[in-house]
Design a protein around this ligand. Structure first.
Ligand code: PLP
Length: 379
């Protein structure tokens, strides 16, 4: 089956009792057994729930994996992956990392004796340099947030495999429509389902997808033991959202291209970061591992100050000022004072995250309306 067909059909089946074509919301905590241990695979909804099962199978198929697991949030999924590590293990992670991932690594798991190295993984040498006998996992985000740097998944995963290191890719910014890390050699894909996959800004959820059966056994043991599972209603909403993932993503990419080019030619704009530009540092890598370039764009203003950025952000209307990304509606944010405020300014500047940097999540509205909004906010 092709991707577009899988979003609608993979892993889901009509309800065996009624023929209901849409997966029912099995809003139940427990299941009646015929005699002790004699049941149809469902005992208790922390362990298994039919609505969740169908979503997990659908996601596994979209990422070309053998299994999928869903969690109550993206952070719940990341927490579960951290729990496969042991004290003394080391992790090499992207430096331009989602703030919540940086926080759980440094403020929670570092205290349990796990060591994290943050390096620019777009330079392969940086990765090789940090590998030692304790390295257990490499954690990739590509494109990165908010600088939209591209990391070569094939190269990192190849080196990792040769050194017995697990490759994990946080694929949130791409969704399975744009990039399938397992096909590029990664061992595990993780998503904040909250973003593009659900796509309607009405659910918080996470997912992990992989191929290895032993890893599935360990992760589902942790999922059931620690309990960060999503409820059946959220699973239903997400299944509903996924049915239009390919249609939404195509429009996100189309609008993203229009807006990136519009900004690039605007007199008030200094730099525009978007992997679709031919002169983007890793454009060719992006082209080889992504189907298209997505709707995430960052840009800086000629007047590089927090005040100028704040003026833009309080004047934009269609681009709503909010955290998060990947919904049908356009959003804008200011990393220096929002998502990345906890990183010291000197550190931010080193990676190009200047005071006026603004991040856009381009939605699927009419592109002319979006440009008109940017125009009035920039003027
Ligand atoms: C939002 C996000 C997360 C965390 O997911 P939640 O669903 O908010 O818990 C992790 N990684 C990336 C890249 C994100 O954008």
């Amino acid at each position: 089956m092709k991707f577009e067909t899988k979003t609608i059909h993979a892993g889901v089946h009509p309800d065996p009792f009624t023929g209901a074509i849409m997966t029912p919301i099995y809003q139940t905590s427990t299941y009646v057994q015929r005699s002790p241990g004699d049941h149809d695979g469902y005992e208790y909804s922390r362990t298994h729930n039919p609505t969740r099962t169908q979503l997990q199978n659908n996601l596994a198929s979209l990422e070309n994996g053998n299994w999928g697991l869903c969690f109550g949030s993206g952070m719940g999924a990341i927490d579960t992956l951290c729990k496969v590590l042991n004290p003394g293990d080391e992790v090499i992670a992207t430096n331009d990392l989602y703030g919540g991932s940086y926080r759980i690594f440094t403020k929670v798991y570092q205290d349990f004796g796990i060591k994290f190295h943050f390096v620019d993984l777009s330079e392969i040498e940086n990765f090789k340099e940090k590998i030692n006998s304790k390295t257990r996992m490499v954690w990739i985000e590509t494109p990165t947030n908010p600088m939209l740097t591209i990391i070569d998944i094939r190269s990192i995963a190849g080196i990792a495999k040769a050194n017995g290191i697990l490759t994990v890719v946080d694929n949130t910014f791409c969704s399975p429509y744009l990039q399938n890390p397992l096909d590029l050699g990664a061992d595990i894909v993780m998503h904040s389902v909250t973003k593009y996959i659900n796509g309607h800004s009405d659910v918080v959820m996470g997912a992990i997808i992989g191929k290895d059966e032993a890893m599935l056994e360990r992760l589902s043991f942790i999922q059931n033991s620690c309990g960060a599972v999503p409820g059946p209603f959220d699973c239903f909403l997400t299944l509903r959202g996924i049915k239009t993932l390919h249609v939404r993503m195509a429009r996100h990419c189309e609008n993203g291209k229009v807006i990136a080019n519009y900004l690039r030619n605007h007199p008030k704009v200094n730099k525009v970061y978007w992997p679709g530009f031919e002169d983007h540092k890793n454009h060719l890598v992006a082209k080889s591992q992504m189907k298209d370039f997505g709707g995430m764009i960052s840009f800086t203003l000629k007047e590089d100050s927090i005040e100028a950025a704040h003026r833009f952000l309080s004047r934009s209307k269609l681009f709503a000022l909010a955290e998060s990304l990947g919904g049908v509606e356009s959003l804008c944010g200011h990393p220096s004072s929002m998502t990345h405020a906890s990183i010291p300014r000197e550190e931010r500047l080193k990676s190009g995250l200047v005071d006026s940097l603004i991040r856009l999540s381009v939605g699927i509205e009419n592109a002319d309306d979006l440009m008109e909004d940017l125009d009035q906010a920039l003027s």
